[in-house]
Write a protein that binds this ligand. Structure first.
Ligand code: 13P
Length: 256
């Protein structure tokens, strides 16, 4: 069964609203989402002007974090409802940079549920911190995935996107070998099928993240169980992000 590919840009803490609008304009003017979906996740301060820029195109908007509660005394936090009202359809949860700053599996699980309840598609990130043997890495991934998705019912399972981002590959220029990626993604596909059943598990989008760029995209996106990418550095410039999306479009056709 074919899963629609998602090419997602995580802009992290980069760019003013002016930067965001310029980049969003370049993307929306140069991309038609006929074969794959494109998503950008700017920082909170850019969401509204970027949403306005994207409104007539197909590029979707997401945020990089959400609070687990719907409202209340949580100074500096932002709820799913607020993100939705800014035009967001997606939100990243459990990014390793937030986990490294102290976010726990329980908090990630609560945020992922809050996103779903608020009508947003969570992109739940998991990944091992250091390079390790495939079997060891799989143990880490299984533990993180089970803990971060523990409250998600089977009926909601297919609405979650899972991003496998080996932490050692983020921003380093290092990527796993293609054989390791094949093994990791086969493992993840089997894990979600085991957890959510064949019908739901075979529909869950699995993304790869970590130093994905225009040069390595063809090899990485050719892997059968990889349904797209979560891209940091290479999403901050229109030509590299568009080039990755173009490669993804070619593979989407071949995988269909
Ligand atoms: P890089 O593409 O810069 O390695 O970042 C990946 C990432 O963390 C996306 O969430």
């Amino acid at each position: 069964m074919s899963i629609r590919t998602l090419i997602a840009g995580n802009w992290k803490m980069n760019g003013t609203p002016e930067f965001g609008v310029t980049l969003a304009k370049e993307l929306t003017q140069n991309f038609t989402c006929d074969k794959v979906d494109m998503l950008i996740c700017p920082s909170f301060t850019s969401l509204i002007p970027v949403a306005d820029t994207l409104k007539d195109g197909c590029v979707k908007l997401g945020a990089q974090n959400v609070h687990a509660e719907a409202s209340g005394a949580h100074t500096g936090e932002i709820s799913a409802e607020m993100l939705k009202a800014c035009g967001c359809e997606y939100v990243i949860t459990g990014h390793s940079e937030r986990r490294a700053a102290g976010e726990t599996d329980d908090q990630v699980a609560a945020k992922t549920c809050a996103a779903l309840e608020g009508g947003l598609t969570p992109i739940l990130c998991i990944g091992e911190n250091a390079k390790m043997q495939p079997a060891e890495a799989q143990e880490v991934l299984e533990k993180q995935l089970r803990a971060s998705m523990k409250n998600i019912a089977v009926t909601e399972g297919s609405q979650v996107v899972i991003a496998y981002e080996p932490v050692w590959a983020i921003g380093t220029g290092l990527v796993p070998t293609i054989d390791d990626l094949k093994e990791a993604f086969t493992f993840l596909r089997q894990l979600v099928i085991k957890t959510y059943g064949e019908e739901v598990g075979s529909k869950i989008r699995l993304l790869y993240g970590g130093s994905l760029n225009a040069e390595n995209a063809a090899d990485i996106l050719a892997v059968t169980d990889i349904n797209g990418g979560l891209i940091g550095g290479a999403s901050l410039k229109a030509p590299s992000f568009l080039a990755i999306a173009e490669v993804a479009s070619q593979y989407a056709e071949r995988k269909a």
